[in-house]
Design a protein around this ligand. Structure first.
Ligand SMILES: *Cc1c(COP(=O)(O)O)cnc(C)c1O
Length: 377
């Protein structure tokens, strides 16, 4: 598989395993002693290929993973992934036997959910989710007695307890004080449980920005997603810890057709682009069906071919897009194009592309995972 796509493929994702290794090592070093990296590999490891990414991380000694769904967890096990796998989202309790069969840990997203899962009569492992202010999933941080009861449920082995920070990416004083409040309420809950005689399970709070902005926290795990893939969510994000992380993913395609368009003629749907001069257009067989954002149409996006940065013209289609190569004279059919990430000459930053399209790196990356093959280099 390795080099086939890059020779014959229409479009593909290329993963730099050395950069993944570098990021995992860098993040581990930034964590407090005793804290383990839990690699978040949901949504095809943010487009990087869940099994591919997780198996490389396994080889590097990473022993804990998080996914969003039961089926993602099962896929990892079927792909030979060892270690702990935590499902962060909801799993239908009727599927409890699969949690057991594949040795997956389930986030216990409310007290009622934990009760319903317990009532299935199947021994499962869980991590109790505590809601400290995000108000998405979790048992409210004031409900000590409910949380306590979960520890005594017959069919649930509580292996962890965690919360999720909702504005740890921000360094605005209001957000910092809100985040500190979230952290304090989580530890208040943990202390109260300990005081009531409960042996605490593994505790975890931080995701990528939680680590980068609150690196002093000494938990058992850090759930790292976006930082593992070597990018921040947005280009202007500033963090307390400034780690040298390296982008792992590059998005590539090839020129399949070159055509001449006379001044005054249009290109693409809606005749959105009209050539102001005689123009050479290159067509690439990649589009929004591959996760490349359609709203980079109309002059908002550029890509790399050889040493040239060439503008996307007209509307990006589901499976094709057009670039203006008038000033890139030696571009020919078959030339490699880089739409995100590194090429030999330059770098198109994922956070910048995401920002230009009105989103964040996380969304841009995970959308790429839907149709494209992933290769390593
Ligand atoms: C997705 C997710 C993460 C990873 O977040 P990043 O910002 O990508 O590091 C961590 N924890 C939970 C609960 C998540 O849903």
């Amino acid at each position: 598989m390795k080099n086939v796509e890059s020779k014959t493929g229409r479009a593909w994702i290329e993963i730099n395993i050395e950069n993944l290794r570098h990021n995992a090592e860098t993040l581990k070093k930034a964590m407090q002693p005793g804290c383990e990296l839990m690699a978040v590999v949901k949504a095809q490891a943010y487009g990087h290929g869940a099994i591919l990414t997780a198996s490389h991380l396994n080889k590097l000694g990473v022993r804990a993973f998080a996914v969003a769904t039961l089926d993602e967890g099962i896929a990892l096990r079927k792909g030979g992934i060892c270690g702990e796998i935590l499902i962060l989202g909801h799993t239908e309790v009727e599927r409890a036997s699969e949690l057991k069969e594949y040795d997956l840990m389930q986030a216990l997203i409310s007290f009622a959910y934990a009760e319903a899962l317990n009532h299935q009569g199947i021994a499962v492992k869980g991590h109790i989710k505590i809601d400290t202010g995000m108000h998405r999933l979790g048992i409210a941080c004031g409900e000590l007695s409910s949380v306590r009861k979960v520890f005594f449920m017959e069919n649930i082995k509580v292996c962890g307890m965690f919360t999720h920070l909702c504005c740890s990416d921000s360094r605005h004083p209001d957000d910092v004080s809100f985040t500190k409040g979230q952290i304090a309420s989580f530890y208040r809950m943990a202390d109260a449980l300990r005081d009531s005689g409960i042996t605490l399970p593994k505790l975890h709070i931080q995701s990528s920005y939680g680590l980068l902005n609150y690196p002093h926290l000494a938990c058992d795990y850090v759930r790292v997603g976006i930082a593992l893939y070597g990018v921040l969510s947005s280009p202007d994000d500033d963090t307390v810890l400034k780690l040298e992380l390296r982008p792992v993913l590059s998005l590539r395609s090839r020129v399949v057709l070159i055509r001449e368009v006379a001044a005054g003629e249009s290109v693409g749907y809606g005749r959105d682009f009209t050539a102001g001069r005689d123009t050479r257009i290159a067509i690439l067989p990649i589009g929004y069906g591959d996760g490349f954002p359609r709203n980079l149409s109309g002059g908002k996006g550029s890509i790399l071919i050889k040493q040239y940065v060439v503008p996307i013209v007209g509307r990006i289609c589901m499976d094709q897009l057009a670039v203006d190569i008038t000033d890139a004279e030696d571009v020919t059919v078959g030339d490699l194009a880089t739409l995100a990430g590194a090429s030999g000459y330059d770098q198109l930053s994922v956070p910048v592309i995401a920002d230009n399209s009105g989103s964040i790196s996380n969304e841009l990356l995970c959308r790429m995972g839907a149709r494209l093959p992933v290769i390593t280099r």
